[in-house]
Design a protein around this ligand. Structure first.
Ligand SMILES: [Zn+2]
Length: 439
C-alpha cells in the first residue's frame, strides 16, 4: 500500500525505496536460528541468540550507532545528537520461544533500528537534529522459556526485578543467567542508563510488535494503538505425591502427582469456560518426575497463568483456582506447594502516546484502531517509568508462538513508516507533557 500521506505534516519524508532497507535486513535476520518448518529457535542466551546479537551489533555499528550491553544482557545501540540530552528508546526482543515464529519481537527490534537510522539519515541530510538522542534496544529474555520469568531484561532495567537474583536464576540444566550470558559474551559490567549524576537518562519509549491476535485482520486495519494491557497472574506449582509401581500399587494407595496436576489443568479450562471471554487460562509447562512408563509419578512441576483485563474477575478466578487446587489435593492424595507467583498488573498506556500514534496514522493515511494486549510486552514494564507508545501490526490468523506465525511485507513496512514518524515526533518532545504529568 502507498499511503496518501499529508506530507506537510511529516517530520520525516517516507518513501517506498526506503522499504528496501528494512526488507533486505529482515531477510538476513530471519534466517538466524531458522527451523525447517519456517519458524525460528533463538531462546535467550543460547548460541543462536548470541549469533543474532552479533549480527545486530554489526548492523548498528555499520550505521554509526555505539553498541553497549548492560549487566543483565540488554543490548543497546546509541545515537547521540546532543551531549547530556535524554534519550528516546525504541525496540523489542530478539529471543524466541522454542519452535517460535520469525516475527515475535525480532520485527520490533529491526523496525525500531531502521526507524532510528532513518532519523539519523534525515538529520544528516537536512542538517536539523532532533532535541533528544536515540537508543535502540534488544531486551534480554522477553520470552521466559529458558529462564523464568518472562520480560526479564526490562524488569531489571525498570527496577521491577533484582539484578543479582535474576543473574542467579538457572535453566532446566542448572545453567544460570550469568553463566549463559557470559558464554555468549553478551554481559556488561555497568548500567547503560541510570539515575545517577552524569548517567544517560530516558525521555520516552516506543515499541512495535505483531498483534498475536485477530482484531486488526478482522477489521482490515493496518495499525493497532495499544491503550491497555491485560493483567497476568503466573503460578509455579509443585505437586508432591509418592513414587510407586504402576502395576503393583493398589489404586487406593496411590499418591499420583500427575493425577493431581491433571485435575488442575482441567480446572483451569473449567474456570475459563465459566468466566467467559474476559479470562484466559493455561498450563504451558509440566515436568513429570521421574517420567518413567512404569512409575506412578512422585512429583510434577507446573507453570500456570490466568490473564484478564478485569482485576476483580482475575481475583475471583484466582480464588476459584485455589479452591480447585485444594480439591485436587484431596482427590489425588497429593500436596500442592505454591513455589512462586508473579503478578503483572493490568494498566493503561499513557493516553498522550496513543493520541500521538493515532495522529501520525491519520497524517500518513494509514488506518488505525484501539486494541488491548493480552500478551505481556517489555513496554508493559517500560510504561511504568516513562511515557510509552505500543503499536501492533496484523498477524495472519492471529497465530503466534508457533512456526506458522506470519505478517505480510506490506504490513511490516507500513509499521516501520508509522514507527519512524512517531519516533521523530517523540524526539522533538511530543510526549513531554505526559512525562511532566508523571514527575
Ligand atoms: Zn514478543
Amino acid at each position: 500500500m502507498t499511503p496518501r500521506a499529508n506530507t506537510s505534516k511529516l517530520r520525516i519524508t517516507l518513501n517506498t525505496t526506503r522499504d528496501r532497507e528494512f526488507l533486505d535486513s529482515w531477510a538476513e535476520l530471519e534466517v538466524i536460528g531458522a527451523t525447517p518448518a519456517g519458524g525460528v529457535e533463538r531462546q535467550a542466551a543460547t548460541a543462536e541468540d548470541g549469533q543474532m546479537r552479533e549480527w545486530f551489533s554489526q548492523w548498528l555499528r555499520d550505521r554509526g550507532f555505539t553498541v553497549e550491553v548492560d549487566r543483565v544482557g540488554n543490548l543497546f545501540g546509541l545515537l547521540e545528537f546532543h551531549d547530556g540530552a535524554p534519550y528516546v528508546l525504541v525496540g523489542s526482543h530478539l529471543d524466541s520461544q522454542p519452535r517460535g515464529g520469525r516475527f515475535d519481537g525480532a520485527y520490533g527490534v529491526l523496525a525500531g533500528a531502521v526507524a532510528a537510522d532513518r532519523v539519523r539519515r534525515h538529520a544528516a541530510e537536512s542538517g536539523v537534529t532532533p532535541r533528544y538522542n536515540i537508543a535502540v534496544v534488544d531486551w534480554f529474555n522477553e520470552e521466559g522459556s529458558r529462564f523464568k520469568p518472562s520480560l526479564m531484561g526490562s524488569a531489571v532495567f525498570t527496577g521491577a526485578a533484582d539484578l543479582e537474583d535474576t543473574l542467579n536464576i538457572a535453566d532446566h540444566d542448572g545453567v544460570t543467567v550469568r553463566e549463559a550470558l557470559t558464554a555468549i559474551g553478551s554481559i556488561g559490567d555497568r548500567d547503560v542508563f541510570g539515575a545517577g549524576e552524569g548517567s544517560r537518562r530516558l525521555a520516552a519509549y516506543a515499541e512495535i510488535h505483531i498483534e498475536q491476535g485477530r482484531e486488526l485482520e478482522k477489521d482490515n486495519v493496518s495499525i493497532g494503538l495499544v491503550d491497555r494491557t491485560w493483567a497476568a497472574n503466573k503460578y509455579e506449582l509443585n505437586v508432591i505425591g509418592a513414587q510407586g509401581h504402576t502395576g503393583a500399587t493398589a489404586i487406593d494407595d496411590r499418591q499420583d502427582a500427575l493425577l493431581g496436576a491433571s485435575l488442575i489443568v482441567v480446572a483451569l479450562r473449567d474456570i475459563a469456560d465459566e468466566f467467559g471471554d474476559e479470562l484466559h487460562t493455561s498450563c504451558g509447562q509440566m515436568t513429570v518426575l521421574p517420567n518413567s512408563p512404569v512409575v506412578v509419578p512422585r512429583e510434577v512441576h507446573m507453570h500456570l497463568d490466568l490473564r484478564s483485563d478485569n482485576d476483580e474477575l482475575l481475583a475471583a478466578a484466582d480464588a476459584a483456582l485455589r479452591k480447585r487446587i485444594a480439591e485436587a489435593e484431596i482427590r489425588a492424595k497429593v500436596k500442592v506447594e505454591h513455589r512462586k507467583a508473579h503478578v503483572w498488573p493490568g494498566h493503561h498506556y499513557q493516553p498522550q502516546g496513543v493520541e500521538l500514534a493515532r495522529t501520525v496514522a491519520d497524517d500518513l493515511g494509514v488506518s488505525s484502531m484501539l486494541v488491548q494486549t493480552r500478551a505481556g510486552h517489555d513496554s508493559t514494564n517500560m510504561k511504568e517509568i516513562v511515557p510509552s507508545v505500543m503499536l501492533f501490526v496484523p498477524s495472519v490468523d492471529g497465530i503466534s508462538h508457533a512456526e506458522a506465525e506470519y505478517t505480510a511485507d506490506e504490513d511490516l513496512c507500513t509499521g516501520v513508516d508509522l514507527l519512524t514518524e512517531t519516533l521523530a515526533r517523540m524526539l522533538d518532545g511530543a510526549l513531554d507533557s505526559a512525562a511532566a504529568e508523571r514527575a
